[in-house]
Design a protein around this ligand. Structure first.
Ligand code: FAD
Length: 486
């Protein structure tokens, strides 16, 4: 039995590994010359940058893949738990470390922000309970089905419906949970972990901080891209073939059964096809006769990002691996994003992998990945936005950290929403598929199996259960469970 996987993102490589283990002869077709999709890297003037994801949570989902492969999977990826997850800088000069130990973090928040530690501990334990209640049904099961609604988990959710916090916004939940605006801002930020707006997204998204604050954040010893490299290495060991630089042109099917794919003008027969490309581009480009159902089509993309990769001279101990420089008015920032722009006072995220991976920057230098949230591409003037935002970011770094970085930038690359779409096929440059800006989002993602074409499956951030490395891995696991062994 032959399986074709279109796209070598996290979801694509995870399903390739799983199908190879199941006994399929698997080929992964990737348009780019390298694997990883959004999980990728850039090398420039002696610096190495992870270009996409930087925060690694639920690493056990990657471990599970390696474990499934038995001996083949051992020692392909090593990572460690971070002691301090993020260093937060506020406009009034406060600096807060979010320690992985929840008690230590709560005590630090009390000392720095004046937020009673018990508020944070109570909140984090509610996040944990919410994750326990919802994750099996919403993350690790196929697109909500009738059987799913009758399950034990669904019944438990039914009995504890208030705990879902689906009828409040995330900001609403955070505002009533904390006494200090700055704590609310910190926890509102987690909506951006799936490209959403905390003032619109349901309170159910407060499960996100559970992953970082209760379970922990991790970092691979050789940087984020080593996750993609390890997955590729495992897939190759298992006999998966990679066709790189090979865009698929069509998914082929005969009446209601998948027939194969067409690439380089040549049709090839496959028993099953798994699409890992963005669903909003896959329908019009790979199967134009099949229309994406209006229900999915009307969903709004998640936010995108504007990123500067700066090789910088000097070392800056004030900054840690993950740093956030908060804006003065978070609500205003999201209002501007909603109007498809970037605020003149944006929250700035700085990720410096060379703090842990010394070989990522030459001696006496650091590799700065500087990112702000951006709207999806709607044809804005990105040259102008990039120029203005760069100036605003440099000003913000000076104001909140006292570091004048501009004279020390020795090399630079930039990623805009249109470039994200160009490089990864992500519709309008969205980072996480559709946004979760309404309480029905969990039910609004495209399912993992085609209803009209037998043998066609979908994995990755644009389909159920959503974007981010853990959810893409979960989507591959769901697809795996839907496919019979050879
Ligand atoms: C800047 C940025 C920051 C992020 N930060 C985080 C983070 O900190 N933590 C986290 O967990 N997640 C983060 N994410 C999200 C995470 O990267 C994605 O959700 C995840 O990597 C998407 O994986 P995927 O399986 O959907 O495939 P994708 O990465 O979307 O890959 C799809 C692949 O399909 C290929 N393709 C497209 N069309 C074709 C075709 N016709 N033929 C062949 N190949 C094709 C593309 O080239 C691409 O390689 C971030 C994303 C970005 C961009």
């Amino acid at each position: 039995m032959k399986a074709a996987v279109i796209g070598s993102g996290v979801g694509g490589m995870a399903i390739a590994i799983r199908l190879a283990i199941k006994g399929y002869k698997v080929t992964v077709f990737e348009q780019s010359s390298r694997v990883g999709g959004k999980l990728n890297e850039l090398r420039m003037d002696g610096f190495r940058f992870d270009t996409g994801p930087s925060l690694f949570t639920l690493p056990e989902l990657v471990d599970e893949l390696f474990a499934l492969a038995g001996n083949e999977g051992t020692k392909l990826l090593s990572y460690k738990k971070l002691e301090n997850v993020t260093r937060y800088f506020y406009p009034d000069g406060k600096v807060l470390n979010s320690w992985a130990d929840p008690v230590r973090f709560a005590n630090e928040a009390e000392a720095v922000l004046g937020e009673p530690a018990e508020n944070i501990q109570k909140y984090l334990s509610e996040c944990s309970e919410l994750y326990r209640l919802t994750s099996k049904m919403f993350i690790f099961s196929p697109f909500p089905t009738l059987e799913g609604f009758k399950s034990k988990e669904a019944q438990e959710i039914g009995k504890n419906i208030k705990m879902l916090k689906a009828f409040e916004t995330m900001h609403g939940v955070n505002s009533r949970s904390f006494s200090k605006e700055q704590t609310v801002q910190l926890f509102n930020r987690f909506a951006t972990y799936n490209g959403s707006n905390p003032y619109k997204a349901p309170g159910t998204l407060t499960i996100i901080p559970h992953l970082e604050h209760n379970v922990g954040a991790y970092f691979p010893e050789k940087g984020m891209y080593s996750i993609a490299e390890a997955m590729q290495a495992l897939a190759v060991k298992l006999g998966v073939k990679f066709e790189l630089g090979c865009p698929v042109q069509r998914i082929e099917y005969k009446s209601s059964k998948v027939a194969g794919i067409r690439a380089n003008g040549v049709s090839e027969a496959y028993d099953i096809v798994v699409n890992n490309t963005d669903i909003f581009n896959a329908y019009p480009k790979l199967m134009p006769e099949r229309k994406l159902n209006w229900f999915y089509k009307r969903q709004k993309p998640s936010s995108s990002a504007l990123i500067f990769y700066w090789g910088v001279r000097g070392e800056y101990p004030k900054l840690d691996l993950h740093n956030i420089l908060f804006s003065t008015n978070y609500a205003q920032e999201f209002k501007v994003l909603g109007d498809k722009g970037i605020s003149s006072d944006p929250t700035v995220y700085i990720f410096i992998s060379s703090k842990l991976v010394k070989q990522d920057a030459p001696m006496g230098h650091e590799n700065w990945f500087v990112m702000v949230n951006a709207p999806e591409d709607c044809g804005q003037d990105w040259n102008e936005i990039t120029k203005t935002t760069r100036t605003n970011i440099l000003k913000k770094i000076r104001q909140e950290t006292g570091i004048d970085i501009e004279p020390n930038i020795v090399c630079e690359d930039i990623l805009t929403p249109p470039l994200i779409e160009q490089k990864t096929g992500s519709y309008r440059g969205a980072l996480y598929g559709i946004s979760s800006n309404n309480r029905f989002a969990a039910f609004s993602r495209h399912p993992n199996r085609s209803k009209s074409i037998n043998g066609l499956y979908f994995t990755g951030g644009s389909v159920h259960p959503g974007g981010g490395i853990p959810l893409c891995l979960a989507s591959a696991k769901i697809v795996d469970n839907l496919i019979k062994p050879v």
